[in-house]
Design a protein around this ligand. Structure first.
Ligand code: HEC
Length: 145
């Protein structure tokens, strides 16, 4: 579904590629030095196909977790503030993940003092439900595997 908007671009890109191919022989006959200039658009054309990097996770629980994370946890964790491990930073999470999701979640609900710093209970927002915190933890761990 998300590929749809890119299809016209892809078509244009392919058309340009074949157009360049057709024009190459006469161009090289007249100006041998123009070869490089003619090749540049060919390399640039396929670029727009890359998907967006900041897409929400497909799993609804992880998507809900991302929303909780963005609003309550990112302030410390996205900046790596006071040693808070950033989701996706595999090196920072490799020693934490083996504890198991259950232990990591319990520590996040209750808060703990670690070697890196102080993680407040529920990230300092007592109005969050256990389920909200759990889904945020699941999102963070899933992103860091
Ligand atoms: C005030 C800053 C701060 C906020 C806000 C915060 N954290 Fe943390 N968090 C930390 C720090 C610092 C650590 C690292 C503690 C250590 O290991 O020394 C940490 C560690 C963690 C860990 C790793 C636990 C482990 O077992 O290694 C998880 C999971 C976590 N936080 C989840 C959350 C969630 C979920 C939220 C939002 C609801 C949140 N944090 C909000 C500072 C914060």
């Amino acid at each position: 579904m998300t590929m749809k908007p890119f299809l016209p671009l892809l078509t244009v890109g392919l058309f340009l590629l074949s157009a360049c191919g057709l024009e190459k022989p006469p161009a090289s006959l007249k100006f041998p030095d123009d070869k490089k200039a003619a090749a540049a658009p060919e390399a640039a054309a396929p670029a727009p196909v890359a998907p967006a990097a900041t897409e929400a996770p497909a799993d609804p629980k992880l998507a809900a977790g991302k929303a909780v994370y963005d609003a309550n946890c990112a302030g410390c964790h996205e900046a790596g503030m006071m040693g808070a491990p950033k989701p996706g930073d595999k090196a920072a999470w490799s020693a934490r993940i083996p504890q198991g999701l259950e232990v990591i979640t319990k520590k996040s609900l209750e808060g703990f003092q670690g070697k890196a710093g102080m993680m407040p209970a529920k990230g300092g927002n007592a109005s969050l439900t256990n389920e909200q915190v759990s889904s945020a933890v699941a999102f963070m761990v899933d992103k860091s595997k």
